[in-house]
Design a protein around this ligand. Structure first.
Ligand SMILES: Cc1ncc(C[n+]2csc(CCOP(=O)(O)OP(=O)(O)O)c2C)c(N)n1
Ligand code: SF4
Ligand SMILES: [Mg+2]
Length: 348
């Protein structure tokens, strides 16, 4: 019989008997201070606290630094790093094959808002049971910082190029298209993001979460004392072109109903407005109004913006059998010859 040492008996486990470390993945290769790393930590925390069985999770992503991040959490789960912007269709296939899976998707603002916008639009309409996180840094981090479709109008790149296109608000788009759970948070707001992720894990339907997540390496500009170029002039190791500067994680904690100004590494300021405690997320018109009004003031509304808890999800609507299609024997998924003959005969 195995003996249990005192330290083993003291290990903290969740409701399915797993320790927090069993929800971890590989070591991150993203830049230090990248908001995406903080989001991975919250995903680990939410799955641990909710007692999610990691072996029943399928992690899905597209292409980008954000889409690499599923490698850094839930190492025991299934994973599919799809083609750029094509996570929704692969996720749909995975859930049709096995509707017992918990689908957890991570995309980027480029992956979702540019090449993947067509798939995103239809995913939001269908209410597939999937958590769809956009790690939103306003740029294509992996390909060195080009503007993405969520970049603010008038924002500048370090080359001085000005973005002259208006941004897509993915939350407003998702609400408008019929998504049944729409939230926004900031990678550095541990408490709020954890709460939103836990709520998303309890939702049956598409849970779309836009998480503002600073790219510390490319989303910067000249003149800032915290910018890449400033650091480059003041730090010898930066002679090496492959050097990526080290930045501290940005962390915030602010009250419901207040606006918090957050200084970003590039010297710019992000204004986050937390929804009031008595805000009613069931009211769709109010959700769209709040998103529009905060955006006009140059702020981002954060919190659970909209939820419609009772709508049938896509798999229920399709009325497919409860058993995973992947487990059905061939005679149950393939009509016998006699049935096919009957159909052909009826068409004569
Ligand atoms: C079909 C295709 N087109 C273009 C690319 C180049 N590419 C790789 S990642 C990326 C954008 C990533 O941006 P985002 O989704 O915002 O992720 P981030 O790196 O900012 O986290 C692009 C355009 C690609 N890999 N595949
Ligand atoms: S380039 Fe930007 S988005 Fe990519 S890992 Fe570095 S900080 Fe994160
Ligand atoms: Mg991006």
């Amino acid at each position: 019989m195995a003996t249990v040492t005192p330290s083993e008996s003291r290990k903290k486990v969740n409701r399915i008997g797993l320790e927090s470390k069993e929800y971890r993945g590989g070591k991150t290769t993203l830049c230090a201070g990248c908001g995406h790393n903080a989001i991975s930590e919250r995903i680990i925390g939410a799955c641990y606290e909710m007692g999610v069985d990691p072996t029943m999770v399928v992690k899905l992503s597209g292409i980008g630094c954000s889409s690499k991040s599923p490698a850094y959490f839930l190492g025991e789960s299934h994973g599919f790093n799809t083609v750029h912007g094509r996570m929704p269709s692969v996720g749909t296939g995975a859930l049709l094959a096995n509707q017992k899976l918990i689908a957890l998707g991570v995309s980027g603002d480029g992956d979702t808002g540019a090449i993947g916008v067509g798939q995103f639009v239809h995913l939001m309409r269908r209410n597939l049971p999937i958590i769809y996180i956009i790690e939103d840094n306003g740029c294509y981090g992996l390909t060195k910082g080009q503007f993405s479709p969520t970049a603010d109008l008038g924002s500048t790149k370090k080359t001085g190029v000005v973005n002259d296109l208006p941004p897509i608000d993915t939350c407003a788009l998702a609400v408008e298209l019929g998504a049944t759970f729409v939230a926004r948070s900031f990678s550095g707001d541990k408490k709020q993001l954890l709460a939103i992720l836990k709520a998303a894990l309890s939702h049956r339907g598409t849970a779309m979460i836009d998480v503002l997540s600073p790219c510390v390496t490319f989303n910067d500009h000249e003149g800032s004392t915290k910018s890449y170029s400033y650091a480059k002039d003041h730090d010898d190791p930066l002679e090496d072109i492959s050097f990526v500067p080290f930045f501290e994680d940005i962390s915030v904690d602010y009250e419901a109903g207040t606006t918090q100004a957050v200084s970003m590494h590039d010297g710019s300021t992000l204004y986050l407005t937390k929804l009031e405690e008595d805000y009613d997320p069931l009211d769709k018109l109010q959700a769209l109004r709040v998103l529009t009004e905060t955006r006009r003031r140059g702020e981002f509304a954060t919190g659970l913006i909209y939820v419609e808890p009772d709508r049938d999800d896509f798999l229920t609507m399709l009325n497919i059998v409860d058993e995973p299609l992947a487990d059905l024997s061939e005679d149950r998924v393939r009509p016998p010859k006699a049935a096919l003959d009957e159909i052909v005969e009826s068409l004569r």
